[in-house]
Design a protein around this ligand. Structure first.
Ligand SMILES: *Cc1c(COP(=O)(O)O)cnc(C)c1O
Length: 340
């Protein structure tokens, strides 16, 4: 069966580069949303915890419950209903309307919209939010924002930093007036963390760099990281394709001479996005995908018993005109995972 190998040494290497940049393992919140970008939330969570990471970021309460024992501090980004309370959980407040739905005594990180205009309250709603949360006895444990252009050459990155600096000062003033404890502040994803020459926030929310990728790494002279995930498949069957014969749906690959081909047990049903005659893809060992990828299999010009389909998704991301995030996140959560 198709399987995912997770390289622990590479993960630890990335985590050490990241914690050097934050200056402390305690300032790294590993982003495990969407099954750890397709890598396996429990597998990555367990290894990160062993490395010494104490904080994690997830999408839902359900995900937080899966890793509750592994981390001291879990930020939940996008949950609308709360029925379980844990002192380790911190809930992102994405809109003022949610203040009334939050359970009393829970921990909240207020998300502030500094220019991305996706989630978060606007900077002039901060005082209303703090007063509303205080009235409901909710602990304001954090205030954060998200960058829209951290991995692009654009002045928005600097502009959002300036806006967030002002917000921090504003929040500090309000908290002092109300005698409530100061929250933690955080704004950086992977790219933003590596764009700061001297990172000095309370923690960074690091996703893609953990898994070994940083887009536009060359433009920004980001450090080289090591991909953690590789996808492997087993041979289902082999045959000889005679000159002129074709393989797969539409018969789009035609042999120009007699060759041996085999099918391998991974396809777009497993989340390996469909390639067709318009793309060309070569595996790390130099085998070509012939014709169209099927739901449960694909054909290669080899008869090896097992093949590595990819161990770095940068070229696949380019072929599909997308980002590395989408290639790994698309992988089915039920593909068997092994740590090596
Ligand atoms: C996904 C996400 C991150 C992580 O981003 P990377 O670019 O993968 O490091 C950080 N913060 C928020 C709010 C996110 O949604």
């Amino acid at each position: 069966m198709a399987r995912i190998l997770l390289n622990k040494e590479n993960l630890f290497y990335n985590l050490s580069v990241i914690s050097e940049q934050t200056k402390s393992k305690n300032k790294v919140a590993i982003v495990l949303k969407d099954n750890a970008y397709g890598h396996g939330i429990l597998e990555i969570g367990t290894m990160a915890s062993e490395f010494g990471i104490k904080k994690a970021v997830v999408r839902t309460l359900n995900d937080a419950l899966k890793i509750e024992k592994l981390f001291d501090y879990i930020l939940i980004l996008a949950e609308k209903s709360f029925h379980t309370y844990s002192h380790a959980f911190h809930i992102a407040l994405n809109t003022l309307e949610d203040i009334d739905n939050l359970p009393e005594n829970c921990n909240v990180h207020i998300k502030v919209d500094t220019g991305m205009h996706r989630n978060g309250i606007s900077p002039d709603e901060i005082e209303v939010a703090i007063l509303g949360l205080k009235e409901r006895n909710i602990n304001i444990t954090g205030v954060f924002t998200h960058h829209k252009c951290a991995d692009e050459l654009s002045t928005d990155f600097f502009w959002q930093n300036i806006v967030f600096t002002r917000i921090k000062q504003h929040v500090k003033r309000i908290c002092e007036q109300l005698f409530i404890p100061l929250p933690v502040f955080h704004s950086c994803n992977s790219a933003a963390l590596f764009r700061h020459a001297n990172f000095d926030e309370d923690f960074a929310r690091v996703g893609i760099a953990t898994y070994g990728y940083l887009d536009n790494a060359n433009i920004f002279k980001f450090p080289k990281l090591k991909p953690v995930l590789s996808l492997w498949a087993d041979k289902l069957s082999s045959r000889v394709l005679k000159k002129g014969q074709s393989v797969g749906y539409g018969g789009t690959y035609q042999a120009s001479e007699e060759i041996i081909i085999s099918t391998y047990d991974v396809g777009y049903g497993d989340g390996f996005l469909r390639l067709n005659e318009k793309n060309s893809y070569t595996t790390p060992a130099g085998y070509k995908i012939l014709g169209r990828v099927s739901m449960d299999c694909l054909s290669l010009n080899t008869n090896d018993k097992e093949v590595c389909i990819f161990n770095n998704v940068e070229t696949l991301a380019k072929e599909h005109d997308t980002i590395t995030y989408e290639i790994t996140t698309a992988l089915n959560s039920n593909i068997k995972k092994e740590i090596v």
